[in-house]
Design a binder for this molecule. Structure first.
Ligand code: NAD
Length: 389
């Protein structure tokens, strides 16, 4: 079977879906691997490293996709000026596509994938279960983003992060307030602590208090009126109106005292909760910084502009949308391991077998044999499939 690794076409994308290490593993498992020239260059992997790992280098996107049974990508197929076509048109009919496919936000893409009879797996739909942990690409990317958010904040702040004792006097450490202590939040806490800041963190799930404290930060506790309002699983449920108001009062005090706020609060499938109001921003000291990781899903700060850096009342507000791509070497390493783990789930000897009874396969597959995910869910019992060779 032939596995293709095209060069990503999105302008801001520097990651690659397979690094030489994963290519070597695929080659060892009997797959023929074709990598588009310069596909891994921005992530630190020249063509020669892929060749050494057992891949063939293709000179163009068209050559890379030609005859592929499986295509591994980071981002969803898109119209590309460089290629002069939509990437979907290059996908061989009946092939398997794995990547962050963004299907929920782009039904037209799903329709086109189904029309081309592509078996498409969306990495953003990997369930957050222990069995799927090694495939959990969203968590991998949140880890990278949480780390980078702390660096963006430190770089933008007009102060030091650590306590400094110098002959010219003592410098107090920066105060960092992290909102949402999930994957990205915990990494932002850990990185801010490593840089020497004094860190506080807030989350609606009291269960994370211990993790926050074990990283050397203080947990800011808010007691919802009804204990069951706070989610107990890996994700939080949305708070009631009343609790949001009470929460805002608590947050206001901590935001006003902070030099840096890193916000990562997220409720899956919904708009990000607004936790930082205009009034709160205006109560911060000039020179303070907000890094809003929830920018793409609407922002945790009401002033955030996705993909932009703005200033309001002397406060810099960053709304980054693809921080993982700014640490392309390690983001690609982690992502390619996640993709390989998903692929290994499908591998049987040297062919591919899809078991639609498996929760991971079922939840992640958005199109198969001309049907979309919803249609598949109803028909999954009759499924087996898939192309080999
Ligand atoms: P996660 O689900 O692991 O964590 C989110 C946390 O927010 C949870 O702990 C949850 O309890 C908490 N939360 C929910 N509602 C809250 C509220 N009202 N107040 C306080 N806490 C609340 O998610 P994650 O993987 O850490 O991702 C966090 C955010 O970062 C998401 O919006 C994600 O899309 C975003 N993200 C952005 C980038 C980027 O480059 N900008 C990259 C990766 C992730």
């Amino acid at each position: 079977m032939r596995v293709a690794i095209p060069k990503e076409t999105a302008v801001d994308e520097r990651r690659v879906a397979a690094v030489p290490d994963t290519v070597a593993r695929l080659a060892k498992s009997g797959f023929e691997v074709v990598v588009q020239t310069r596909a891994g260059l921005n992530a630190g992997h020249p063509d020669s490293a892929y060749r050494d790992a057992g891949a063939t280098i293709a000179e163009s996107a068209a050559q890379t996709y030609r005859g592929a049974d499986i295509v591994l990508k980071v981002r969803e197929p898109r119209e590309s000026e460089e290629i002069g076509a939509h990437e979907i048109e290059l996908l061989p009919e009946g092939s398997i596509l794995i990547g962050f496919l963004n299907g929920g936000r782009d039904p037209e893409l799903v329709r086109r994938l189904a029309a081309r009879r592509i078996t498409a797996f969306a990495m953003e739909l990997i369930p957050r279960t222990s069995r799927a942990q090694k495939m959990d690409a969203l968590s991998s990317m949140s880890n990278v983003a949480g780390y980078k958010a702390a660096l963006v904040a430190a770089n933008s702040l007009t102060k030091f992060f650590p306590l400094l004792m110098t002959a010219a006097g003592t410098v107090a450490p920066a105060r960092v307030f992290v909102l949402g202590a999930g994957v990205a939040g915990l990494q932002a806490i850990a990185t801010s602590r490593r840089l020497g800041a004094v860190v506080e963190a807030f989350d609606v799930r009291p269960a994370v208090a211990e993790e926050v404290q074990s990283l050397g930060a203080t947990f800011v506790a808010h007691e919802p009126a009804k204990a069951e309002e706070a989610g107990s699983g890996a994700y939080a449920k949305e708070l009631s109106e009343d609790d949001q108001r009470r929460e805002r009062e608590l947050l206001h005090q901590h935001v006003a005292a902070a030099d840096v706020v890193i916000s990562t609060a997220n409720v899956p499938g919904r708009r990000a909760p607004i936790l930082i109001t205009r009034e709160m921003v205006e109560s911060m000291r000039p020179g303070s910084v907000i890094v809003d990781l929830a920018a793409e899903s609407g922002g945790n700060c009401e002033l955030t502009e996705a993909g932009a850096e703005i200033r309001h009342a002397g406060v810099t507000i960053h709304g980054p949308v693809n921080l993982a791509a700014t640490v392309p070497t390690h983001a690609s390493q982690l992502y390619s391991r996640n993709v390989l783990a998903l692929l290994q789930l499908f591998m049987e000897d040297s062919s591919i077998k899809l078991d639609f009874e498996d929760e991971i396969v079922r939840d992640t597959c958005i199109t198969h044999q001309g049907r979309t995910g919803d249609q598949l869910h109803t028909q999954r019992n009759t499924e087996e499939a898939v192309p080999s060779g």
